[in-house]
Design a protein around this ligand. Sequence first.
Ligand SMILES: C[C@@H](CC(=O)O)C(=O)C(=O)O
Ligand SMILES: [Zn+2]
Length: 326
Amino acid sequence: MAMDNKGWNASQLRNCDLQFDEIPRLHHNDPKVDELMSENKPVVVLGSNLAKSAEKWDLDYLERHMGESDFTVFQSKSHKFKYYDDKKVTSGDGFVPPTKKLDMKLPEFIKRLRAWKKGEDRLYLQQGLNNTVGPAIVHDFLNFDWNFCTGKQSKHNWGSLTSNLMLIGMEGNVTPCHYDEQENLFAQVHGFKRCILFPPDQFECLYPHPVHHPHDRQSMVDFDRPDYNKFPKFRQAKGFETVVGPGEVLYIPMYWWHHVESLMQGSYTVSVNFWYKGGPVSVSYPLKGHQKVAVMRNVEKMLLDVLQDPKEIPVLLRAMVLGRYT
Ligand SMILES: C[C@@H](CC(=O)O)C(=O)C(=O)O
Ligand SMILES: [Zn+2]
């Protein structure tokens, strides 16, 4: 992957069997930025001031100004931090959470981040920015370039801003491939993150867990060691990638799959995302990929409501489809 080596090199990327096209990297004034966004396609926006007021958010500054609150920190025995919805964990379903969710004061988190040695459990701070942070951070937050993101919100008919997640990760941390049901302006503040994205119509190649599963929206494929017997279509997945650095903003369209890794042998990473509700649904045929994903999600939810037992769902779907539609 030809990259302009601004402070990183390809040896810091994790191995992946697939080849990817590059996500366009365009200056924020380039009209093509909004062309791509209006087509629900990813783009890296360069030179915006979206999170410029956060460029001073290094560990010392954060330690001094994040305040006395407890923050949400995930702990993992591996480099993967696979999200799970604890509201979907049912007793006796045998689900083993892949991470532990801790509440930690920032100085403690920073102390453990600085002392971390390869092979030890990893930590990933993932905290919604709210009024629990110190006044200096609130000041920086208020000084984000809100004209930029509200400009995108109105131009592309997004819904309301739901949250800003602040992420402080160790080098090498991975958020495995998943999709979100929100538009996302992902602002990289410190360090470098490699982002691999797939369009929603790659659903059949990425094998999401069932909707009722705690890992709803997450791919079942382990990108480090894909099981091609269980997930044969993963070989055909067609993805896009980029590495975002400080001051760069990646637009992750709603329902687009994304795998995000903090570069190995790199520094800690700081990111802030801006999650917006999707805009009003305008149905036109043929349905777009993300609309088909939304339809499939609703079918799974409806079937679980009426059948109650998740094991009944494939039985009914096979009876309905095999020999009749195939
Ligand atoms: C948490 C983040 C990925 C990462 O930065 O590790 C993500 O998935 C998102 O912003 O939607
Ligand atoms: Zn995400």
